[in-house]
Structures are given as C-alpha cells and as structure tokens.
Design a protein around this ligand. Structure first.
Ligand code: S3P
Length: 429
C-alpha cells in the first residue's frame, strides 16, 4: 500500500492509541505460564502481539477474546505447555522470538522458532549465548533464526549474566529461562532498559554500585492475574511530535503508559522546547499511566545519547523528524542498536529525510541533523517495511510542503493498525 500525506494546517482532537506492544507480549506469555485463568484487558490487534498470541496457542494454550477486548487465557502452568506441531512463527516480532526462546529453553520438548525475512536477519547470538551458558541446547543458522531449541537433558543451570548490550529483550529472555533454572539467576544491567518483565513478574531488583541486579528463581510464582495493557507510549510518540510540529495544533492522548523506563522522549522534546502536559497520573496494574496534551511549539536542536538511548530506542526515528524541523543541530549518538532493528533505522531515516530536503549525516552510531525549521519538501520515501520508519515519515509528511508518499505503508499495522486513519482524522489542510 502506498500512503499519501499532505501538509496539514493543524492537527486537533483526541487520538485513539493501540495498546502497548511490549506489555501485551509479556501479558500473553505470562498468562500462558500462570496456573489458571488470566484476563488481559485491552489486548491489541497489532500484528506483533498477535504473533505472540498465535505462538502461545500453538503451545496448547486456549485464549479467547470477548467483545470488550478482554482476552481470557487458560494458563497451563510453567510445566504444562504442549509441544508445537510446527515451527513457531514469530512473524516480524523480535520480542516474540527472543522472549519465547527463553521459555522454550526450559521445556522438556524441542521447538523451532522462525519469522519473516526481516526477523530472520536479526542477531540471535545475543540470546543463544546466555541460554547455552544455562545449559540450553540452541542451534542457529549463521547467528540467525530459524532457532532450533532441543529439549534440555537435565534442567537449566542458574547464571549470573551481565548484559553486554542494553536490551530488554535479552534481559527478559534470560529472566524467563531463569524460571526454569535450579537456583537463583541474576541478570545485571549497567544501563537500564524497559522493566516490564521484572514489574509484571514482581521480581526482586537490587541497585548495586549504579547497576541493576534482577533476581529470578525457579520457585518464583507466575501469577494467574488480571493484566491491563495501557496505550502505547511508543505509538503516542508519533502524535506528540505531530502535535508539536504542525502549527495551530492541540492533541490529547489518553490512558498512555508512562513507565519511566520508556518516557525519555518527553525529556528530549521538552529540552527541545515542546509544550506537553501530563494529567491524571495513576497506576493501572503494575504500570503507571496518564493523559497527555501536546500543543504546537518551535523546537531547537539537542544532543541525545548515553543512558537515554535504551529508554527511547524506538522513538529515535520520530526524534530524527523533530530534529529535521527544529532550528539548529541535533546529534544522536550511542544508537548503533538501531542498525539491527526491523531495518537499519539510522540508514533508513538518513535516506528518507534527505529525500525531503533535510541535512542529515549518517554516523556509525547515530545521526547528525542540521534542522532547518519547517522547510521540508514533500517527496516519495520508503518504509523499508519497518512500521516505525513508515509512521515517522507519515508525520514528516504532515509538515513537509506539498505531498509526501510513503511506500509499503501497511507495515504500520505491526504496532499501530489504525495509524493512517488516525493521522488523517486529526489533520486539517
Ligand atoms: C522491546 C525492547 C526493545 C524495543 C522493542 C521492544 C521489548 O528492543 O526496541 O521494540 O518489548 O522488550 P531491544 O531490547 O532489543 O532493544
């Protein structure tokens, strides 16, 4: 699908957001491992969480959704999953593959995990290494999926694992495998990444010398529970930037997940001069949520790097759009992880923004963007089949003079199925 976006005079109204992808994956996986029925409120219809749900069903777990969007999952308990009759298809979803491999490593049956062409090119040694250290038997194809997990011989061993890369997916993979290890597994992260897994499992976290030590044991109970999935902050990010950049705008985003390990974008946008207010902050289940209002503002360039990066890892494409429309220079560094996402996001954003006339230099670990105010010019850009690139360029299209065309734009459904409708609904020309 090719999507055309015209320059907007304003964006106004209340945006309907999809539910949070990261929390949705975890709620489906933990519900499957809980003993008894769990209910997940607001389980999304985005393609990635649906991949997790399909995999969980392929492991013998019954899950049904009612008309109000509540997913009821009949958990089979940690030891109750059934051998799948075919490879587990994780689609485009790295989170599904990496978290589920941690669970599969603890099973007495074998499994194969595969995915689409993009997922089959993403690095999987990063999970195979710690899982092998725990005694799991994992085969990769040149470091990539398909991942073959052979049944373990005598249970997993606990490990102390210092994450070599700040990744919530790797952390969560090891923690989930730790539920099957005979003793205490400790995952150490020196740079914090999103903490949904430890929150939802209620794991003990110790702060030691500026690092986080997360502890998990085989005896830890996986609760059958009610999970609430809040609105996706990473989906809200596109509208926070649209509401800032398009003149005469005011957008409201309600019930948005505001987990502090996810919201560094707010800090960055505020530092650039954005006008965003937060109201009705509350806690829903294990996660903080609130309502956001964004109004138009002029932005200045900023430096983004270091410990902030894992906290806004999925927001860098849209930060690049904000930077291109700001005044002055923005430097994004320490972001080499973006090269191994659904596509090489540094390259994709540099190429696309240049098509619209922005001054962007690609660095090994980031981007250097010389913002030129609201002077982008419409053009034809590519999604690279990556949902976040497609949506970031859709927002750029609202600001660019004339018309912008985004190719293969349907990939937005991976995390935000109604994105293009919402974007055109709030925009006036
Ligand atoms: C996610 C972690 C991040 C993020 C991804 C979702 C998660 O990946 O980019 O969209 O739910 O744990 P990494 O942990 O690989 O950085």
């Amino acid at each position: 699908m090719v999507q055309t976006v015209s320059q907007a005079a304003s964006v106004r109204g209340t945006v309907t957001l999809p539910s949070d992808k990261s929390i949705a994956h975890r709620s489906a996986l933990l519900a499957a491992l809980g003993a008894g029925e769990s209910q997940v409120h607001n389980f999304p219809r985005s393609a990635d969480p649906l991949s997790t749900l399909d995999c969980v069903r392929a492991l013998g777990v019954e899950a049904t959704r009612d008309e109000e969007g509540v997913l009821s999952v009949q958990g089979r308990g940690r030891e109750g999953l059934r051998p799948p009759s075919a490879p587990l298809d994780c689609g485009n979803s790295g989170t599904t593959m990496r978290l589920l491999t941690g669970i599969m490593a603890g099973q007495t049956f074998g499994s194969v995990l595969t995915g689409d062409e993009s997922l089959r090119q993403r690095p999987m040694e990063r999970i195979a290494d710690p899982l092998r250290a725990m005694g799991a038997r994992i085969d990769l194809r040149s470091g990539h999926a398909p991942i073959r997990v052979r049944p373990h011989r005598s249970g997993l061993r606990p490990i102390e694992y210092r994450l070599p890369v700040a990744s919530a997916q790797v952390k969560s993979c090891v923690l989930l495998a730790g539920l099957y290890a005979s003793g205490q597994t400790v995952v150490i992260e020196s740079t914090p990444s999103r903490d949904h897994t430890e929150r939802m499992l209620g794991l003990e976290v110790q702060e030691v010398g500026g690092e986080r030590h997360i502890l998990v044991e085989e005896t830890h109970t996986v609760p059958a529970a009610h999970w609430w999935v809040p609105g996706d902050f990473s989906g809200a990010a596109f509208f926070l930037v649209a509401g800032t950049l398009v003149p005469d705008s005011e957008l409201r985003l309600e019930n948005v997940g505001l987990n502090p390990s996810r919201t560094a974008l707010l800090e960055v946008l505020e530092g650039m001069g954005a006008d965003i207010t937060i109201e009705n902050e509350r806690v829903q289940g294990s996660e903080p949520v609130g309502d956001l209002t964004v109004r138009s503002a002029e932005l200045s360039g900023i430096d983004v790097g270091g410990r902030l990066i894992p906290n806004l890892i999925d927001e860098i494409p849209i930060i690049a759009v904000a930077a291109a429309c700001a005044t002055g220079r923005t430097e994004i560094r320490d972001a080499e992880e973006l090269r191994v996402k659904e596509t090489d996001r540094l390259h994709a954003m540099a190429e696309n923004l240049r098509v619209l006339g922005a001054e962007v230099q690609e660095r090994e670990d980031g981007l250097l963007i010389d913002g030129n105010g609201p002077n982008l010019l419409g053009g034809t850009v590519q999604s690279y089949d990556d949902h976040r690139i497609a949506m970031a360029m859709g927002v750029a299209g609202l600001v660019a003079h004339g018309t912008t065309t985004v190719t293969d734009a349907e990939c937005a459904r991976v995390s935000f199925p109604g994105f293009w409708d919402e974007l055109s609904r709030v925009a006036s020309s």
